[in-house]
Design a protein around this ligand. Structure first.
Ligand SMILES: [Zn+2]
Length: 226
């Protein structure tokens, strides 16, 4: 008897198609919905991912006054130690604790606060329009240190569409709010065109057409309702 092998991937927390869209959004460079995606990302990680210790990220901002050289030079006086960075060429250095999450076998990070010795500076909402922070003791296990920002290779698919697709699957209410506000941000003629299209078709299909997404780019998304 011939045995049929069913392809099965280990450690699948969310469907592969969802995971692909998640990766597209996560690796997209700065784009319109990045902050909203981070909110959804944390919700998905908290619901479907697995917690796994912490990483520590060190971010150094180069001093602009001296271009990171530590010496201030100008035409009308002798070079002197840069007064902005006091000579080390670093304008600001911060250490951010990143919570590690495992989702579908891959590691993702959620920044939870800046580290000062053993205290964690955590964002605690706004007061009179200004962000306020609170300090908490931190004694979590740090597994590795990351220097600088994490760069990702961008993937082929449109990140805005991928974000819509994730919202469609994980937060239908926010999906409709998000597309309504996006549609309203277009000029009158485009707005009307989109509204008409949305009356007749599945919204994910409407935006795939509108963003001129090629069939081939949608291949990894295998559960589309159209
Ligand atoms: Zn400097």
């Amino acid at each position: 008897m011939k045995q049929t092998l069913i392809p099965f991937k280990e450690n699948v927390d969310i469907p592969e198609a969802h995971f692909y869209a998640f990766m597209v959004c996560n690796s997209a460079a700065a784009w319109h919905h990045k902050q909203s995606f981070y909110r959804l990302k944390n919700e998905i990680l908290q619901k479907h991912g697995h917690e796994s210790a912490y990483d520590l990220q060190t971010i150094k901002k180069t001093c602009y006054s001296c271009d990171g050289k530590g010496i201030f030079k100008c035409d009308w006086k002798l070079p002197e130690t840069c007064w902005s960075c006091l000579g080390d060429g670093v304008y600001q250095k911060k250490q951010v604790v990143l919570k590690r999450w495992v989702l579908n076998g891959a590691i993702f990070h959620e920044p939870i606060g800046e580290l000062y010795i053993n205290q964690l500076k955590v964002f605690n909402g706004y007061e009179d329009g200004y962000p306020v922070f609170k300090y908490e003791p931190f004694n979590g296990k740090i597994v590795s240190e990351i220097n600088g920002l994490i760069k990702h290779e961008p993937l082929e698919l449109n990140p805005t569409w991928s974000f819509y697709y994730l919202l469609w699957n994980y937060n239908r209410e926010r999906f409709f709010n998000c597309i309504a506000s996006d549609v309203n941000s277009y000029q009158t003629r485009t707005k009307h065109k989109l509204k008409n299209m949305l009356k007749q078709n599945n919204p994910l299909k409407v935006f795939a057409d509108f963003f001129k997404i090629k069939k081939q780019q949608l291949k990894p998304i295998d559960d589309l309702p159209f």
